[in-house]
Design a protein around this ligand. Structure first.
Ligand code: ZN
Ligand code: ZN
Length: 299
């Protein structure tokens, strides 16, 4: 699979869980509103009846109101079970993310083959068989992790594995990142690669970055150039200067470091030194002097 194609696929994977959440929310909200409207209409009905036939309808009013209380108290539960019902008849396309009718075999949007599993199936507990509300991670009955949550984690892991496979393929000149994190990205900006990942704490992020710097140094990456910095490490391999930059590492988020990889020598050149600079100045001076001599025809 090409680098570009994999990047596109990764983006789609990320969208799938969002789409499930959105689709369920979209189904639940109108249902809840509808239920509330019906309840309000019933209150009005009962109030009219009370005016007309106060005494004999008292009992009916009372029972109607107690029923309403129950309806409101159970509104959330009703909405949840409604969401579950909807999701029993819903599949999500693994390719384009479109929610669709469970009876369909192929996605109406993109033609991809749809899975056997409905959205509700992925919320059935493997341990005790309870049908849970879609979107929950753990079984409401026994606390076991639900298949949907397991799949989400497996997808995230697969995506990170893809990123590291891309690293193997394109970045073998740099020591491989083995310092954890999740939700990894490797983006190619044409000769400039950005690698980022998320940690739970900024401490963990800083620690991981520190370890990677040490690994780079163990592998021969050094500070170099006229203005050496511990955030810019370089290594010359077969005449090409490989450069790892940590300068903007924590610029956006202290828990999400970003490291830049590119080729190119530092200012002054990879093997800049004060002696070399002086030597170069001398050479340039002599060159200039010779040119001037040439102009005047002297030897
Ligand atoms: Zn599709
Ligand atoms: Zn369970």
């Amino acid at each position: 699979m090409s680098f570009l194609k994999r990047m596109i696929k990764d983006g789609i994977r990320e969208g799938v869980s969002n789409a499930i959440g959105d689709a369920v929310k979209g189904a639940v909200e109108p249902a809840a509103t509808n239920l509330a409207n019906k309840a309000a209409a019933k209150i009005e009905d009962v109030a009219e009846k009370v005016n007309a036939e106060a005494a004999e309808k008292q009992a009916e009013t009372k029972s109607a109101f107690s029923g309403l209380e129950g309806a409101f108290a159970n509104l959330e539960k009703a909405a949840q079970s409604y969401a579950t019902e909807i999701s029993k008849n819903m599949k999500v396309c693994p390719e384009c993310n479109t929610p669709t009718d469970a009876a369909k075999k192929f996605c109406p949007e993109c033609g991809a083959k749809l899975p056997e599993e409905t959205v509700a199936d992925s919320s059935v507990c493997k341990e005790c068989g309870t049908q849970n509300t879609p979107g929950t991670k753990f079984c409401q009955e026994c606390g076991a992790k639900l298949p949907a949550a397991e799949k989400e984690e497996a997808d995230a892991q697969a995506k990170d594995n893809d990123v590291m496979a891309t690293w193997d393929e394109y970045m073998s000149m740099y020591p491989k990142w083995t310092f954890g994190g999740k939700d990894m990205v490797l983006e190619d900006y044409g000769g400039h690669i950005y690698f980022g990942m998320t940690f739970n704490t900024s401490f963990a992020a800083q620690n991981a970055v520190r370890q990677y710097k040490a690994l780079l140094e163990d592998n021969g990456f050094v500070q170099a150039g006229k203005y050496p910095s511990e955030n810019e490490l370089y290594k010359m391999i077969d005449g090409v200067c490989y450069h790892v930059s940590f300068s903007n590492c924590f610029e956006n988020d202290p828990e999400r470091p970003g490291i830049s990889f590119a080729t190119g020598e530092p200012q002054g050149g990879f093997d800049w030194s004060p002696q070399k600079e002086k030597q170069k100045e001398r050479e340039e001076f002599m060159e200039g002097l010779n040119k001037v001599k040439g102009l005047f025809g002297k030897k």
